[in-house]
Design a protein around this ligand. Structure first.
Ligand SMILES: [Zn+2]
Length: 196
């Protein structure tokens, strides 16, 4: 039976590729995370299936992703990366939108919070509201090196690029490859439109 890309399946893929991996979603209120890796862009189509809003991994128009046939289906780019959730000290996959990546990029050259490869401090994420009313505020914490234990927890995980490639490959196999699928011209993806 083919796999559907609901969060359960994604967790399954994640397990296959990164041990007992979980996905991180900021809770309403205060959250604290440590960014542990670079990101790998991943586009998803948001569709309505059985009355629910769900996302489908886009594996590329040129490879036969069928959701490109409908121009009304929004395509969103997310930026999966590994983080450490300070609430339970677990290494998880976080799939933020453009604003968070922009924030980290701006911090890199910040007078007080500049860093080399990855921020050497935690980031506080304050979430207010839900659904379309959701707002996120990001604040850097004081510099603090990772412990050996925290570093080792990341070592057990697969490279985020491998995981994203696997997600795309699974979705493509499910769709039956690119045979006989019509190609459509590239749409422009407006990453700035993502709410967080
Ligand atoms: Zn697509």
């Amino acid at each position: 039976m083919s796999k559907s890309f609901d969060s359960e399946t994604l967790n399954q893929v994640s397990k296959e590729y990164g041990g007992q991996s979980e996905f991180f979603t900021p809770k309403v209120g205060d959250n604290k995370i440590r960014v542990l890796s670079g990101y790998e862009p991943l586009a998803k189509h948001w569709i309505i299936e059985k009355g629910k809003r769900i996302s489908k991994v886009c594996f590329g128009k040129d490879k036969g992703c069928s959701y490109h046939t409908d121009k009304d289906l929004p395509l969103r780019v997310q930026f999966p990366l590994w983080i450490l959730d300070r609430v339970d000290q677990k290494v998880k996959i976080f799939e933020p939108g453009y604003p968070f990546i922009k924030y980290l990029t701006d911090l890199k050259n910040d007078e007080d919070f500049g860093y080399e490869n990855l921020p050497d401090y935690d980031i506080k994420i304050k979430r207010e509201g839900e659904g379309l009313e959701t707002r996120y505020t990001y604040t850097p914490s004081a510099r603090k090196p990772l412990t050996d234990e925290e570093m080792n927890a990341l070592m057990e995980k697969k490279d985020i690029t491998e995981i994203v490639e696997k997600m795309k490959k699974n979705e493509m196999e499910k769709a039956g490859g690119s045979e006989g699928i019509q190609q459509y011209p590239e749409d422009e993806i407006k990453v700035e439109d993502i709410p967080y």
